[in-house]
Design a protein around this ligand. Structure first.
Ligand code: HEM
Length: 447
């Protein structure tokens, strides 16, 4: 005799199907095409709390406009900085590409985020991302010595070791086979890798992690979202880095800090101060971006199980395109800004010298004139045209792009081999930000 109806446990496939159906039933339509340009304000923090479909609808509407939209800047209460003069929003792939690749016409040195900071502060936080040539060139030439293909392949081994150790840890620590994918896997992986690269002891990792959260989560209450928290974290990290740099200058080791502190360009080395600022950029840029790519990637593979099967059944054939598709899909960095140096045209719009232009990478990555079915996730999508998740070319193109691609590939390979049933089982808890497309928490199960 079989068990009475309702008492027998469903088989694992049925359970997974149910979890997945539950998740999909919560997925709203991807683009709300009823949104009209003029209905919303990209500068309003509330805009960044709206459903994703509304946001996609807003950028869709902006891409259809013949002229660039201009937005006033937001006046933040209690901000010590005056309200800026506003900016043009670049939402089309072509416009973002044009601005990114013309660094004489569109500079970074007056700020790389929307609001204006005094230049020293901008360089303090942004290091070379907020500089132009020749300063930028000199710094990039020195630090890129740590990112040569040889260096990246040197660290390949420990990228793999870290991913393996994290999965071992998941299996051991979560016998119920459920955990928060972000805090337990996607976040620690890039953090541990960057710390190892820089020669930071394991005992300091948690401190570094908390500083990066405070810097990038400045708008989010969970991370202490105040200007004081941001400044405290930046100063803490800067002093830490200066001490590390000075130590490696005297006692060189086998790490990136030593390579950078001893590298010379035209007989010049990095000062401890330059290293401090670069360290902030590197640790923040290397952590938050990659972890969000991995988190969005895992969620998307759950939502598109057919794509997951395509990838996982032809790992070597599909990985290169799948990784870039995850970065296109996630667009972990939402924008960077430039400032025009002379009167010029962007598309049909005249931009005057001194005006700000903001490159919305998320929007360039959904431009329907460039992508076939941009709102579909396709792990075999062609690498041409290039997605804009790592920037749209030009001198500031992401220095860590190849490392990030490696980390994403290794992370998913480990999941595929060791926890092939892993799925996301609930809605993401998103970071409140117009800069980083972050997921703070994301429940997963591999039951
Ligand atoms: C999926 C992961 C990542 C994404 C989406 C990403 C995205 C970006 C973007 C959009 C830029 C600005 C490009 C421009 O203005 O043209 C950038 C610059 C940069 N990224 Fe990444 N990044 C990622 C991972 C990393 C990693 C792992 C590192 C280092 C460990 C890194 C280091 C940098 C640095 C140093 C810059 C500044 C380059 C310059 O100003 O010359 N990034 N990244």
């Amino acid at each position: 005799m079989g068990s009475p109806a309702g008492t027998c446990a469903p088989d694992p496939d049925t359970m997974r199907r149910r979890l997945y159906d539950r998740l999909m039933s919560q997925v709203s339509p991807l683009v709300d095409t009823s949104v009209r340009a003029g209905d919303f304000d990209l500068s309003d923090p509330e805009f960044w709390l709206k459903p994703r479909s509304y946001r996609e609808g807003a950028f869709h509407a902006l891409r259809q406009q013949p002229e660039l939209a201009f937005f006033d800047e937001w006046e933040f209460i209690d901000s010590p900085f005056p309200k800026g003069p506003g900016y043009f929003a670049l939402t089309r792939h072509e416009d973002v590409w044009h601005v990114s690749r013309n660094p004489q016409l569109f500079i970074s040195g007056q700020g790389s985020n929307i609001g204006d900071l005094p230049q020293e502060m901008s360089e303090f936080f942004g290091s070379m991302i907020a500089m132009d040539d020749p300063k930028h060139f000199r710094l990039r030439s020195i630090v890129s010595k740590g990112f040569t293909p040889k260096e990246v392949s040197r660290i390949e081994g420990y990228v793999l070791d870290k991913a393996k150790a994290l999965v071992d840890d998941l299996i051991e620590r979560f016998p119920d086979k459920e955990c928060d994918f972000v805090t337990e896997f996607a976040a620690p992986l890039p953090l541990q890798i960057i710390c190892e690269m820089m020669g930071i002891p394991k005992s300091d990792e948690a401190q570094i992690f908390s500083w990066t959260n405070s810097i990038l989560g400045a708008g989010d209450p969970e991370f202490g979202g105040t200007l004081e928290a941001l400044m405290g974290a930046a100063i803490g990290m800067f002093s830490y880095a200066q001490a590390l740099g000075e130590d490696r200058l005297k006692n060189p080791g086998d790490d990136l800090t030593s390579v950078m502190m001893h590298a010379e360009v035209d007989g010049e080395r990095l000062t401890a101060q330059e290293f401090g600022s670069f360290f902030i950029l590197l640790v923040v840029a290397g952590n938050e971006t990659t972890r969000n790519a991995i988190s969005h990637g895992m969620r998307t593979l759950t939502q598109y199980p057919d794509q997951k099967d395509i990838w996982w059944n032809d790992w070597d054939g599909v990985t290169r395109t799948a990784v870039d598709e995850i970065v296109r899909w996630a667009s972990p960095v939402i924008h960077f800004r430039r400032t025009a140096t002379e009167d010029t045209m962007v598309g049909n719009t005249k931009v005057l010298a001194g005006q700000k232009v903001v490159m919305w990478y998320n929007s360039a990555n959904r431009d329907e004139t460039v992508w076939t079915n941009p709102h579909e996730f396709d792990v075999r999508r062609s690498l041409q045209p290039q997605q804009a998740g790592f920037g749209a070319g030009g001198p500031h193109f992401c220095l860590g792009a190849n490392l990030a691609r490696r980390e994403i590939a290794v992370a998913f390979n480990e999941i595929r081999n060791r926890l092939p049933n892993m799925t996301i089982t609930g809605e993401p808890d998103y970071l409140q930000s117009n800069f980083i497309n972050g997921i703070k928490h994301l429940p997963c199960s591999w039951a």
